[in-house]
Design a binder for this molecule. Structure first.
Ligand SMILES: [Zn+2]
Length: 420
């Protein structure tokens, strides 16, 4: 908590400025206006200027001081969320008719307000028809210029997961099935060949071959909603699996203390882990231990955020008419099975939570929500404040529970600015 206090008081004292540098150096129409954004580096709090041209970062330079010190904000690469089932009333995964290109635009705009500049719309276990339909809609929406490249691809979580209660989580049993390579290829084509990652249960029949084939195609394989032991987890990693999806969730409440899916995923040093750091999915001590094992290199902050995020507390219905409850403190529950129903909290909250729980630095926390997911999915054009990367930037202060986003830039364009 001490570190957070220091950051907050620093935030109040310092400032940001944004201005344009004219192209009056004699190169005529060849030069476009360059934009310079100032802020405090999220790595060490030192003032920096970030020069942008044609949507990319051209230069990052240290400053003696900011141009205007009346106010201070941090500057960081935009956040990258690898598991977004929906947002602000828009569901990517429901089978109804509500998923539209305008809905994707709305969800994207709302995520920008939370500092998320790239995200993977996530389709969960459903019928083949719904998955094909929704991937087709998402593929059509993905390259909408209004999104400015905020959707680099998609996450398929299921349907090739464990059918067992607890491990299956809230995924509907009737649609859970064994890995089917031809079905995956059909979904991959429907997605415009943009499924970047698939979450599978490695103990299911045919899973090892499935994992190997996905890896050969360049699709990142994640292990999740499974009950695999050590030999199976290690074999899956040998076949190319590289990350555990929301480690500690998608797991039964009652497990054997020795033989369970947690230890082998923690023990395997090649495996990264995504963690839902919303204050509900994992206890603080779980986050602390998982982080100690995986470190800032192999931890990824994810949200598993759903369409119920950014809605008022209350009771809602899912597409099967089942009751979903969003509590006043932000917990999203599926009361019928007494399990969580995904999250209502974006990863900006996770950045603050993991700092609070582990004592990691702001720079490390931001890395786990930007550079690490970018690297995992081969998104080499984003995720860091470095020359040549997309100018996806966020300016923010650090609050007690969440980042307060002041401005969000996507590919060099200001897409969100908070009211002063
Ligand atoms: Zn899940």
């Amino acid at each position: 908590m001490k570190k957070l206090k220091t950051i907050r008081s620093l935030s109040r004292k310092l400032f940001l400025s944004v201005f344009f540098v004219g192209s009056s150096v004699g190169w005529g129409s060849m030069l476009q206006a360059q934009q310079i954004v100032e802020g405090l580096s999220c790595l060490d709090g030192s003032p920096v200027s970030v020069e942008i041209a044609e949507g990319k970062i051209v230069r990052v330079q240290p400053l003696k001081k900011l141009s205007d010190e009346r106010q201070a904000v941090y500057i960081a690469p935009g956040l990258i969320d690898n598991q977004v089932n929906g947002f602000a009333g828009v569901s990517f995964t429901f089978g109804g008719s509500e998923l539209t290109a305008e809905g994707v635009r709305k969800a994207t705009r709302e995520l920008w307000k939370k500092g998320v500049t790239s995200y993977l719309p996530t389709l969960t276990t459903n019928s083949r028809e719904v998955l094909l339909k929704n991937f087709t809609i998402l593929a059509g929406a993905k390259n909408d210029p209004a999104l400015r490249g905020s959707i680099p691809g998609f996450h398929l979580e299921g349907p090739f997961i464990s059918p067992v209660d607890g491990y299956r989580g809230a995924h509907p049993l009737k649609y859970v099935r064994k890995p089917d390579w031809q079905e995956f290829l059909d979904l991959y084509e429907a997605s415009g060949r943009a499924i970047l990652t698939v979450t599978v249960a490695p103990e299911q029949d045919g899973a090892m071959e499935f994992i190997r084939r996905c890896t050969e195609m360049g699709v990142t394989v994640a292990l999740g909603h499974h009950n695999a032991g050590r030999a199976v987890v290690d074999q899956a990693v040998l076949n190319g699996a590289s990350v555990a999806t929301h480690l500690g969730n998608g797991c039964a409440n009652m497990i054997n203390r020795h033989v369970n899916p947690l230890w082998p995923q923690l023990a395997n040093q090649q495996l990264s882990a995504s963690l839902i750091c919303d204050g509900f999915h994992l206890l603080d001590e779980e986050i602390a231990v998982f982080y100690k094992v995986k470190g800032p290199e192999k931890t990824i902050i994810t949200s598993d955020v759903t369409s119920f995020a950014a809605l008022p507390p209350g009771q809602y219905k899912n597409e099967d008419g089942e009751t979903i409850e969003l509590t006043s403190d932000g917990m999203l529950r599926f009361p019928a099975q007494n399990v969580l129903y995904g999250s209502a909290t974006p990863i900006s909250r996770g950045v603050v939570k993991i700092m609070e729980v582990t004592g990691c630095t702001l720079g490390e926390a931001v890395r786990m929500a930007s550079a690490n997911p970018a690297a995992l999915y081969g998104l080499h054009d984003r995720g860091e404040l470095k020359p040549g990367k997309r100018a996806d930037l966020i300016l923010f202060t650090v609050g007690k529970r969440d980042l307060h986003i002041v401005k969000t830039y996507v590919a060099g364009e200001l897409v969100y600015e908070a009211n002063p």
